[in-house]
Write a protein that binds this ligand. Sequence first.
Ligand SMILES: Cc1ncc(COP(=O)(O)O)c(C=O)c1O
Length: 323
Amino acid sequence: MTAADRALFDRLPRCAGLVPFTPLADGLPTPVTRLDERLWVQRDDATSTAYGGNKVRKLEFTLPVALRRGGPVLTAGGTGSHHVLAAAVHARRLGLDVEAVQFPQPATDDVARTAAAVAALDVRVTPVRSPYLMPVALAARLTALARRSPYLLWPGASTPLGCLGHVSAGLELVAAFAAVGEGEPDEIVVALGSGGSAVGLAIGVALGGWRRAAVRAVRVADRVVTNRVALAPLVSGTLALLAAAGGVRPAAPRLVIDGRWFGGGYGHPTDAGHDATDRAGAHGLALEPTYTAKAFAAALDSVEAGRQVVFVQTYAGRATVGS
Ligand SMILES: Cc1ncc(COP(=O)(O)O)c(C=O)c1O
């Protein structure tokens, strides 16, 4: 697997020599399949046989920076964070240690399974009582680790570099539709946590030439941390990186934040999510309550409103490493 296999580098060959990249995903491009007349799915559960899902796309562009530094990777998330697990699985493959600051979230089977997999990988965990205490704890651990050249992997790996992985996913989606002679869908529906997946996809499909399709980003985290103002620097930073490294200026990304499916809080299951999980099961898709159940509920709602929809299946299930 080389840089040549990535849609981003096919489209912008100049980027390949200019942005950090290390191949970690062995399932790209992921399959895009039609579930029924108006519903498609981009199978990002299949990005990696070690541990798939959306995160590995970002780690291909962020972990090489940690590799250059050589020290431990420090990151953060909830006790059931797929991001922390993905960072642990893939950083270990590169020979890097991982530490995490983690806050509690409602216990579900998936949270228990993910936390157990993280523990099995010997991740050093600093617990905090609330997500709002993460920055202080991260600063304290960075100071404690300073002599070992730690790399701060931003929670969710949602930085402009991380977003490049999802720009590539957007380009894959455009290519998959073109390959079967389909026009643009109306919407691409994806869970919105730290934002890199939604922002990268919106920029990627615009770069690929779609002029109508919008990304419906289904907010699963508190509005104070996940909102249009918070996403703006991610959008402008990613566009600036593409301009500098790739020499392109894609059309403005079309991104709609949908907060209607959030329910009682981050990680709190919802009735609509339970229903969506059952309906996804009938299509052979396994969801979890924090992200994908809420996003698929939004996708089904859009389909029922008559729109052509692509749901991005960002949840990988189990890791084959550490579980
Ligand atoms: C399964 C799953 N889907 C979606 C997301 C949201 O992605 P992002 O943080 O890029 O918004 C996450 C983030 O942890 C996730 O674990």
